[in-house]
Structures are given as structure tokens and as C-alpha cells.
Design a binder for this molecule. Structure first.
Ligand code: FO1
Length: 314
């Protein structure tokens, strides 16, 4: 069994690769919900949906989020009424948010709803929200404190970041399913996906029970770098690292996670950083980490699994 902590598009790609290599019962995903918000009265869980759509081959291949073969009649009609259209909800995607909102209102947990939606999308492996309680990523910027989607979508990550709050995380409980996965004696690795460390992975690690369970697990903990050649594969990771005074490189990411990690995978183009990362007392492996084709994703997944196996033997 391998547990992957995952956020947005980059994480979902590695999880898709893992799902091609492993049986459904050999893989569990613990997903960030710090980006969740209520918009137009609807409860949106972008990272859960990105995983769900990616694993069911329903994802919009151009954006990496939302559904493929989408239509936008609802947005057009809303715009004509003078409604808020900065956050784009396609007609088919909308059904997910309406149904999730209805079921939350009827008292079901986010975990139970996610499990059922995944079953309906034909996904066999568990996609586990990090918590059923409310945790919200707040970004401190030169324009004040912003909620995640205001920073990310509405202001297009332009504000200069000075820090983060994972509001609710310090007191949030995780779920029985997440606890069970991380305490599984058969657990072979805990993988931090190549997602944004501050926006996608840190909210998960900010839940005390999850961080403690990772630290207590005998399974090797490893991360795949979301930074290649000093640039983020997608999104604002490198920009945020610069703004925070961190080194915007794979080594900077390794240092960020240093106290948790036993191993780190970086891209071949960053091979020159391997010694610096090894000096942080972790095993290092290099490979091609850019995931475009499905072949790229399965290759990186296989490499990650083999690297974890080699660490268990050490
Ligand atoms: N990202 C955008 O950049 N613009 C959007 O209008 C947008 C809408 C959207 C709707 C549903 C959904 O599940 C995701 C959506 N995203 C959008 C992506 C999302 O905001 C981010 O990718 C994640 O929160 C970051 O992991």
C-alpha cells in the first residue's frame, strides 16, 4: 500500500500514473481540501474533483481541472444577469457541486459523498479528503489576507505572498480512513506529490494528527519535486518561494520538507543539486519528472515506487 498526499493538477497526474501501475487496494490518496470554498451557494472542492475527473478520464485536458466536453450555458446566462463569473463553473461540472452541496446539507460527510461520487465515476481506489471539518488556506499578501480562490483565480496569483494560515487545521481531526491508511503496517511509502508545497501539501500536513501519523510511520516518506530547473511545472510555486525568501529550486523544496523526508526525487536537469539535498540526510534519485503523456506518468510512478522499495531495504 502506498499513500499519496496530493493537491491540484500535478498531484493528480502522478496519482493517475500510480493507478496504472498499482491495484486499487494498493494505493490511497489523501487530498487537500484547503482550497474548498462556497461559491454561488455551492460547495466547491477543486482538488477532490481534479483527482476524480483525472482518474475517470473525465478531466478537461486543456486546463487539468473541470470536465472534458464541457459547455458553458450556465456561465453565459449568469453573466447576462450580472452575476459573478470570475470562477468558471461548466454545466457538467456544476452537477457535481450541486449534488455535493445537497448531500452535505442533508448531513452526509464530505468523505462519504466523495466515496460515493468516485464509485459512480468508476474509480476503485480511495480518494480521502484530509478532513471532514473546515480547513481554509488563507494567503497573507501585500494586498491583505486573501482566501485561496481570490488569490489564485480572481487575482491570478499576482499579489506578493508573505505567509499562510491554514485556518481550522490546528484543531481539525482527520478521518478514520486517513488514520487507518497512515497506520497500516503494510504501508510501503508515503509520497508527497509534485504539488505546490505551500498551497497543496502544507494544508494537509498542518492537521496535527496527519503530521504525527506520518512521523510515526515506519514507511519511507518521499517527495517528488514540483520545481524543475528553478521553475514550477505549473502554478506559482517558484514565485511564492522567491517572495518568501526561500531558494526557488528543487533543493529549496527538499529543505522545506526536510524534517519529514527520507527521500527526494528530482529532475535530471537538477542533478547538480543532488549533493546539497543528500547533505540534508535524505536519499536522492533523479529522473525525468515532467509528465505530459500517460507514458511519462506511469514511468515516474514506477520510478517512485521502486525508489521507495530501495529505501526500505537500506
Ligand atoms: N481555476 C482557474 O484558474 N479558473 C477557474 O475559473 C477555475 C474554476 C474551477 C472550477 C472547478 C474546479 O474544480 C476547479 C476550478 N479551477 C479554476 C481550478 C482551481 O481553482 C485550482 O486549480 C485549484 O484549487 C488549485 O489546486
Amino acid at each position: 500500500m502506498i499513500a499519496v498526499l496530493s493537491g491540484g493538477v500535478g498531484g493528480a497526474k502522478l496519482v493517475l500514473g500510480m493507478s496504472e501501475v498499482l491495484a486499487p487496494q494498493e494505493l490511497a490518496v489523501i487530498a487537500n481540501t484547503g482550497d474548498d470554498f462556497v461559491h454561488l451557494g455551492l460547495r466547491i472542492s477543486p482538488d477532490l474533483d481534479t483527482l476524480m475527473y483525472t482518474l475517470s478520464n473525465e478531466v478537461n485536458p486543456e486546463t487539468g481541472w473541470g470536465r472534458k466536453n464541457e459547455s458553458w450555458q450556465f456561465m453565459a446566462a449568469l453573466e447576462a444577469l450580472g452575476g459573478e463569473t470570475w470562477f468558471r463553473l461548466g454545466d457538467r461540472d456544476l452537477a457535481t457541486h450541486v449534488e455535493r452541496t445537497r448531500r452535505l446539507g442533508a448531513g452526509e460527510t464530505l468523505s462519504a459523498i466523495t466515496a460515493d461520487l468516485c464509485r459512480r465515476f468508476g474509480i476503485g481506489l480511495p480518494i480521502l479528503p484530509m478532513t471532514d471539518e473546515q480547513v481554509r488556506t488563507i494567503i497573507h499578501t501585500d494586498q491583505g489576507k486573501l482566501d485561496f480562490q481570490t488569490y489564485f483565480v480572481r487575482r491570478q496569483t499576482r499579489p506578493v505572498v508573505t505567509g499562510f494560515d491554514y485556518s481550522g487545521a490546528p484543531t481539525a481531526r482527520t478521518t478514520a480512513q486517513v488514520t487507518e491508511v497512515l497506520a497500516d503496517p503494510q504501508l510501503e511509502a508515503i509520497v508527497l506529490a509534485p504539488s505546490n508545497p505551500y498551497l497543496s501539501i502544507d494544508p494537509v500536513l498542518a492537521i496535527p494528527a496527519i503530521r504525527r501519523a506520518i512521523q510515526a510511520s515506519p514507511a519511507p516518506v518521499l517527495a517528488v519535486s514540483p520545481i524543475v530547473g528553478g521553475r514550477a511545472l505549473k502554478g506559482p510555486t517558484a514565485k511564492i518561494m522567491l517572495e518568501l525568501g526561500d531558494q526557488p529550486s528543487a533543493a529549496g523544496v527538499a529543505r522545506h520538507y526536510q524534517e519529514l523526508l527520507d527521500g527526494f526525487i528530482l529532475d535530471t536537469v537538477d542533478e547538480n543539486l543532488a549533493a546539497e539535498i543528500q547533505a540534508m540526510d535524505m536519499a536522492v534519485a533523479t529522473t525525468q519528472t515532467i509528465m505530459q503523456s500517460i507514458g511519462d506518468k506511469t514511468r515516474l510512478a514506477r520510478f517512485t515506487i521502486e525508489f521507495a522499495a530501495s529505501m526500505r531495504k537500506r
